[in-house]
Design a protein around this ligand. Structure first.
Ligand code: HAM
Length: 417
């Protein structure tokens, strides 16, 4: 029988790549805790209806990319393709809006989309996301963008650009949608098949087509910015001005339409030129109607999600991330020595030192070589004689010096150096 492999579009994250994940997770946790965002964990699957209503029936995600299934109780369920709908469902279900006017939440976890896998695009991928629920203030839009920007620059990513747009409110979009239909209809037979299909279902998404001939037609398409109402315009101006005050550089991209239908006003993406076709590291925007559409009270909201696989691809181009330094490497050989080695390792660990226990039972010199390769500061060598006497050999691996010490002495030496 051939061996079982990971499913297409999924992957294992192994050493040393895992160190990049751990680094970005700890930086994210620090930055978000500092900004007083609370972590929320929602289920990996939800009712299919939540995503169909939340993300929009006419989107690619709902139309073609969902992992949906009927469970044994005859319910239609879907592995979450994104985090926002679940967070909104939780807000409504637990009436979080009654606890505080504004909820600032963050989450991380696996998301699932049936897409064609390629570099930076998978079927199971991971997002880090934030959602600010309950504020229509443009400062909320600017705050979430500022947090994303701080997070990315703290990780050393400085060549990223923020693309910004406003998709207005529902009425603005209705007028704009009509303008697009009027504009594209005469070109209908020159559009690629997907765009042709979108002409009736979701004309805004034509702007996002990667097809060269469609892109040419898109060049002269009307701009959403000409269809914004005065209030929408004012909101957009305020967001731009706040970002400018914060020193966050951005480009206005009137063709930026997001792949989810819930957006109103601000839409943005943070992109890298180093990621090829899958350039967006972060995508987000305002979604003032979603909470009400899913049955909650009128609650304006804004947020983003960062694709962690793409972030890791970028981090791997920077400095190497190493595992934390190793303090002790415990070497033992012999009938009495080996059981004793575990006790020694546990005591040193409890004293606060990072300690690896060699379980190989190999010859002493082989284990010492491993201690050096592992980058340990000290090797503790335990033979049967040491196990009986309680005096262990402590070897400083940088100087090569070795001394006979008790467990207590060993810990105090390590604490002082
Ligand atoms: P999104 O643009 O669909 O937005 O996804 C956000 C990010 O997730 C993308 O910019 C990308 O980095 C990553 N991503 C998406 N699909 C894949 C994939 N198949 N493989 C690898 N990475 C991927 C959302 O999901 C919204 N929920 C963001 C949001 C939060 N808007 C408001 N609040």
């Amino acid at each position: 029988m051939s061996s079982v492999q990971a499913s297409r579009g999924t992957r294992d994250i192994l050493k040393p790549e895992i160190y990049y994940w751990q680094k970005l997770e700890s930086v994210a946790r620090r930055i978000l805790t500092h900004a007083v965002y609370t972590e929320i964990r929602t289920p990996a699957f939800e009712s299919t209806e939540l995503f169909a209503r939340g993300i929009g029936e006419a989107t690619d995600i709902v139309g073609k990319e969902m992992y949906s299934f009927i469970d044994r109780g005859d319910r239609s369920l879907t592995l979450r393709p994104e985090g926002t709908a679940g967070v909104v469902r939780a807000l409504i279900e637990h009436k979080l809006y009654a606890q505080a006017d504004v909820q600032k939440l963050w989450y991380t976890g696996a998301m699932f989309r049936y897409e064609r896998p390629q570099a930076g695009r998978q079927r199971q991928f991971h997002q880090l996301g934030v959602e600010v629920l309950g504020s229509a203030d443009p400062r909320a839009d600017a705050e979430v963008i500022a947090i994303a920007s701080d997070f990315l620059s703290e990780l050393g990513l400085t060549e990223l650009v923020v693309d910004l747009n406003s998709v207005g409110n529902a009425e603005d979009r209705l007028a704009y949608r009509q303008a697009l239909v009027d504009y594209f209809t005469p070109y209908a037979d020159r559009l690629d098949p997907d765009s042709f299909d979108r002409l009736s279902r979701n004309p805004l998404r034509i702007l996002d087509s990667k097809h060269p001939q469609t892109q040419e037609i898109v060049q002269a398409a009307p701009s959403i910015l000409d269809y914004l109402s005065p209030t929408s315009q004012q909101h957009f101006e305020q967001v731009k001005s706040l970002l400018t005050d914060l020193g966050i550089a951005f480009r206005i991209d009137p063709r930026l339409v997001r792949g989810l239908d819930y957006y109103t006003h601000t839409a943005f993406e943070i992109k890298s030129s180093q990621l090829g076709a899958q350039a967006a590291v972060c995508g987000g925007g305002r979604y003032d109607r979603l909470v009400a559409e899913l049955g909650g009270p009128d609650t304006p909201a804004v947020g983003w999600a960062i694709g962690l696989e793409r972030l890791v691809l970028l981090l791997q181009k920077l400095d190497e991330v190493k595992p934390p330094a190793l303090d002790f490497y415990i070497i033992s050989r012999g009938e009495q020595a080996e059981p004793k080695s575990l006790l020694v390792a546990q005591n040193i660990r409890r004293a606060g030192f990072r300690t690896e226990l060699d379980l190989s039972g190999a010859k002493f010199d082989k284990q010492i070589k491993r201690a050096v390769t592992a980058g340990a500061r000290y090797a503790v060598i335990i033979g049967d004689t040491e196990a009986a006497s309680g005096n262990f050999q402590l070897k400083d691996l940088a100087s090569g010096q070795q001394q006979s010490v008790t467990l207590l002495e060993l810990i105090s030496i390590a604490s002082l150096t």
